[in-house]
Design a protein around this ligand. Structure first.
Ligand SMILES: [Zn+2]
Ligand SMILES: [Zn+2]
Length: 346
């Protein structure tokens, strides 16, 4: 499959472009002189906080749903190094600078909005390095106020790097946040976030995140009334990561191998959210798209949404490819994207 192979023309072959940009919300107007694609980058950076059709959309009150807080790899997309490289400009990262472009991806994470006896609980899976930026983007836009629980898949930085930023909630919104984490990952947090685990080291007056740590076994647990079943998988040789099943939805964000004994947990799955790092092959720690598609055929979910994509995954190109699989293979498979909302029954 030839996804990720588009090359932009060299910068020297393009004439200077002059364009008038105007900003509806601020009333500012200015001229941008520059060479493609830098013109586009400058425009996107200036417009990024104002130009997106999703802003202001309100959530329905009587519907549980999943919101994709982030769908990208650890470093985020666009990569800074792709934007600063004048010779080998990356088409996906260039596109990702455009406001609202679906190639723009932050650390993989979802928010489950679970309707439980007329109140919605907000259950976050993972709180990575870019959590603040995801929350800034989607919490105000979708009217999300509280974080009722956080469930951790594993202890890499793109899954736990935002624990410190939860202080804004526990200082200003709610008294504390329960964190559900496997013992091995809690042991890591004792080192990486020692002052959040043992708050006795904090000087009086300092206000850090107030977190309640709950160690989870590899068996079903109750999170704010929602039954959540851990799905143990390998994320690189000998390194455990957890997926989670809630209702008939299975979320597996970081996986290189699914142990045989885990497959029974994936039966009768309506929506599978699955790791697919790159278009051509797997890495030692993540499924690539070919392997992810093999797993979809084995697991047989009704619908699949891929997540955790790196910059080689061009949203439009891969989506085109996947849409053809519906006709040829009968597979309902799509790429997720940051800000995607999926109504679910829980
Ligand atoms: Zn790139
Ligand atoms: Zn990881």
């Amino acid at each position: 499959m030839a996804v990720g192979s588009i090359r932009l023309p060299s910068l020297t072959s393009l004439a200077p472009l002059k364009r008038q940009c105007s900003y509806r919300s601020s009333g500012i107007s200015l001229s941008v002189n520059g060479f493609y694609p830098f013109k586009r980058i400058v425009q996107a950076c200036l417009q990024s906080s104002t130009a997106n059709g999703d802003i202001g959309v309100q959530l329905p009150d009587d519907q549980s749903e999943i919101i994709f807080m982030g769908t990208g790899t650890s470093e985020g997309i666009p990569r800074v190094s792709c934007l600063t490289n004048p010779l080998k400009t990356c088409p996906v990262c260039s596109k990702a600078t455009e406001p609202g472009n679906r190639n723009r991806r932050l650390n993989t994470s979802i928010l489950i909005r679970y309707l439980n006896s007329s109140r919605k609980s907000n259950i976050l899976i993972d709180v990575g390095k870019f959590f603040y930026h995801s929350a800034l983007r989607w919490f105000p836009a979708y009217g999300i106020r509280t974080i009722d629980a956080v469930i951790i898949t594993h202890s890499h930085a793109d899954a736990i790097g935002g624990l410190d930023d939860l202080r804004d909630w526990t200082n200003n919104v709610q008294p504390n946040i329960p964190i559900y984490v496997a013992e091995r990952d809690f042991e890591v947090m004792k080192k990486t976030h020692y002052y959040l685990v043992d708050t006795s080291v904090i000087l009086p007056g300092a206000a850090v995140s107030e977190l309640q740590f709950n160690i989870i076994p590899e068996e079903p647990l109750n999170v704010h009334g929602l039954k959540v079943t851990p799905i143990p998988v390998w994320h690189g040789r000998g390194y455990r990561s957890l997926g989670f099943r809630f209702g008939n939805i299975c979320y597996i964000s970081d996986v290189s191998e699914i142990p045989e004994e885990t497959y029974p947990l994936l039966q009768y799955c309506d929506i599978l959210i699955l790791d697919a790092l790159r278009p051509d092959r797997s890495s030692s720690t993540h499924f690539g798209l070919p392997r992810a598609l093999e797993e979809v055929q084995k697991i047989q979910p009704k619908r699949t949404l891929f997540t955790g994509m790196m910059h080689l995954m061009d949203h439009e190109e891969v989506s085109d490819y996947l849409s053809k699989l519906k006709v040829s293979e009968g597979l309902d498979v799509q790429l997720s994207y940051d800000g995607l909302r999926v109504p679910v029954t829980l």
